[in-house]
Design a protein around this ligand. Structure first.
Ligand code: PEP
Length: 260
């Protein structure tokens, strides 16, 4: 098991309205509180759509919930004539702790390449928000280049050339495993995480190599433990299953079903 604090992150994508979102956060937190979940032992974060963030912040604050708040995107710009965009400063004002950057759906449907990802990582660092940098290979890339080449390349591209590197998280998400029900094996997740960690060490030093690396792609309560048995995988990024309170809280409580 990891020696770093595991992070269980729920990416809601474009689902639920803000009232349904609040109900989901309440249900997850009540379930975890009833189970005496220790958030310092296993950190939990939700990533609702932008429109829900203010309500989520108010609820978390009022109820003193320990769940962390994440956004699904950040503008690479600070402010100005960028219709429809949301800046790091705006997110920070809503107590957003984390932001997803480079999710495969943004790379695929919004043409976000390594350059955009790099600029958004810079925006997160300068706003004091921890970027969760998503990397992963398509099925085609898996077949032509193997499993680690693209995630390693995307990691280096996202982090190279910044004045200074703040805290970050890498989420290894094979594109062929997102929302498809096809899951990488725990061994594959471990091998790619190891390759990413080595690249972090070689390019950015020991502190960067000690960053958390998550696995994502069709994670459920009944398969999460396999991934987190490995000392290389420091948590999971969950899509579909994060919309179901029992599933997501079950994932956060993965230690209950890990065989030591
Ligand atoms: C994701 O959206 O980051 C994801 C991993 O989705 P799913 O768990 O549904 O595969």
């Amino acid at each position: 098991m990891t020696k770093r604090t595991p992070l269980i992150a729920g990416n809601w994508k474009m689902n639920l309205d803000h009232l349904q979102g609040i109900a989901l956060i309440q249900k997850v937190c009540w379930t975890l509180n009833d189970a005496d979940h220790d958030y310092k032992d296993v950190e939990v974060a939700v990533f609702p759509p932008f429109t829900h963030l203010r309500s989520a912040q108010t609820l978390i604050d009022a109820e003193k919930f320990e769940v962390k708040l994440g956004a699904q995107d950040i503008s690479e710009h600070e402010a100005g004539a960028f219709t429809g965009e949301i800046s790091g400063a705006m997110l920070k004002k809503l107590d957003v702790d984390y932001v997803l950057i480079g999710h495969s759906e943004r790379r695929q449907y919004h043409n976000e390449g390594n350059e955009t990802v790099h600029s958004k990582v810079a925006a997160a660092f300068s706003s004091g928000i921890v970027p969760v940098i998503c990397v992963g290979e398509t099925l085609e890339e898996l077949e032509s280049r193997g499993q680690s080449a693209v995630p390693v390349e995307q990691t280096i591209a996202a982090l190279s050339g910044h004045e200074s590197i703040g805290e970050f998280v890498i989420a290894y998400e094979p594109v062929w495993a997102i929302g498809t029900g096809k899951v990488a094996t725990p061994q594959e997740a471990e091998d790619v995480s190891k390759a990413i960690r080595e690249a972090l060490r070689d390019n950015f030093g020991e502190q960067a190599a000690n960053s958390r690396i998550l696995y994502g792609g069709s994670v459920k309560a009944n398969n999460v433990a396999g991934f987190l048995q490995s000392g290389e995988v420091d948590g999971v990024l969950v899509g579909g299953a994060s919309l179901v309170a029992d599933e997501f809280s079950g994932i956060a409580r993965y230690k209950k079903h890990i065989v030591l």
